[in-house]
Design a protein around this ligand. Structure first.
Ligand SMILES: Cc1cc2nc3c(=O)[nH]c(=O)nc-3n(C[C@H](O)[C@H](O)[C@H](O)COP(=O)(O)OP(=O)(O)OC[C@H]3O[C@@H](n4cnc5c(N)ncnc54)[C@H](O)[C@@H]3O)c2cc1C
Length: 397
């Protein structure tokens, strides 16, 4: 039988909120502690593939996500300057028919708001802002969390959904720094009506080029264009996704690229270009104790080169809620959850890393040759998009 008792969640990002919603829906009492004083996400896009979409559907959110986002027709892999299409993953009606849910691109703030509203509809008091988790202590019956203001909270279990610099992870796996990967990531969002009609694309496009790549897709019903640019930079500073960098640096990083990319940058507000130094950790196989576990970036930070980091957090949340509902007892449930998530998340971490090398190949001939050997649609459909975290069999050993 499942053990009852309050489940504490550190972090109110996409992973923590999805965990809270799935647990509340399963009948658990939940308390989410978010360090920020206001619940929010950065102004950038996020891709929601079917493996994550099935969890949102189980929460009754998929229609709202669809309405707030864009359903791209296709996912193209392109050459950075000519725009030549190397491969296509169809994302239109065939994708929905095959996977049961559509592929959606959505503004992070919109997705986050839908999750906050969902959690609050299930329990208006579940999320506490301005509540940074500072440390935790575990005993045979539960976990006591100490917040930054010195107050304490008691629960039956603690889920660390507190991102790549996770305090909860430090308590479980020790103090290791997340290492700089050598890539810095630009983000910019531009009103679609600033772009010429031929650049108002409704596809999701990866633009691969020497030492860098870009990703473009539409948001908010096609009223915004999102551009992410991943650039190899030997030097890095401790950057933040909320501190603007000089526009001219971003423009210079994509000099000579396809007009689709340069036009978006040219149309960006000069003080609205942001850059983030990408950090990474080696995958670990044990991210839990008896009553404390991790999910999402806290457990397995993933380079954004498959657009799967948040999807993994969402999958984790659904599988963890199912394991806790099954029991018997929290330690067994946490062990079951981890056992069923380690291999899949490590595969995503490793394949995302491999995509860095693929997307950044030094010349067009090498890019063509590498993509000729791949079938991205078959590969991703077979094991990535087809995974259903809400029904996948949870194996005991
Ligand atoms: C450029 C880029 C593009 C991406 N695109 C995609 C995509 O298209 N699709 C996709 O699936 N993924 C994508 N990702 C990955 C995705 O953004 C992350 O994997 C995802 O946001 C991780 O969610 P999380 O909830 O685990 O962590 P986070 O989003 O980092 O949330 C952690 C939360 O915990 C809070 N917190 C931190 N410390 C504490 C503490 N001590 N106490 C309390 N609260 C705390 C933080 O304030 C934050 O709210 C992308 C990433 C990048 C960089």
């Amino acid at each position: 039988m499942a053990e009852t008792g309050r489940i504490l969640v550190a972090g109110g990002g996409i992973g923590g909120l999805t965990a809270a919603a799935t647990l509340l829906q399963a009948g658990f009492e939940v308390a989410v502690f978010e360090q920020a004083s206001v619940l929010a996400e950065v102004g950038a896009g996020i891709q929601v593939s079917a493996n994550a979409g099935r969890v949102y559907r189980s929460l009754g959110l998929m229609d709202a996500i669809e309405a707030a986002g864009v359903l791209p027709d296709a996912y193209h892999f392109r050459i950075f300057d000519s725009g030549e299409v190397l491969q296509t993953i169809p994302l239109g009606t065939g994708y929905r028919e095959r996977h049961g849910v559509p592929y959606v691109t959505i503004h992070r703030a919109d997705l986050h708001r839908l999750l906050v509203d969902k959690v609050r509809s299930l329990d208006p008091a579940a999320v506490r802002t301005g509540s940074a988790v500072a440390s935790f202590a575990e005993d045979g019956d539960g976990v006591t969390v100490t917040l930054a203001d010195g107050s304490t909270e008691r629960g039956a279990a603690l889920i660390g959904a507190d991102g790549i610099r996770s305090v909860v992870r430090r308590g479980i796996a020790g103090p290791t720094e997340a290492a700089y990967t050598g890539d810095a990531v630009w983000r910019v969002v531009v009103p679609m009506d600033r772009l010429p009609p031929e650049h108002r694309s409704r596809t999701t496009d990866i633009w691969a080029g020497p030492g860098r790549h870009a990703v473009t897709y539409a948001l908010r019903g096609g009223t915004l264009m999102n551009l992410v640019g991943c650039v190899e930079h030997a030097q890095w500073e401790d950057e933040s996704w909320t501190t603007p960098r000089p526009w001219a640096e971003m423009r210079a990083d994509f000099d000579g690229w396809h007009p689709m990319i340069t036009t978006i940058i040219d149309q960006a507000d000069r003080d609205q270009c942001f850059r983030w130094a990408l950090r990474d950790r080696e995958p670990i196989r044990d991210w839990s104790t008896a009553r404390v576990t991790l999910l999402g970036d806290a457990a397995h930070p993933t380079l954004p080169y498959m657009a799967q980091g948040a999807a993994m957090a969402v999958e984790d949340a659904a599988v963890l809620a199912r394991a806790l509902a099954r029991g018997p007892g929290i330690p067994a449930a946490i062990a079951l959850y981890q056992r069923n998530r380690v291999d899949r998340t490590a595969r995503i971490v490793n394949e995302s890393r491999a995509n860095r090398a693929l997307f950044h190949l030094p010349d067009v001939a090498a890019l063509r040759a590498a993509f000729d050997k791949r079938d991205m649609n078959a590969e991703r459909s077979a094991w990535l998009f087809s995974y259903d975290p809400t029904t996948v069999e949870l194996l005991d050993a």
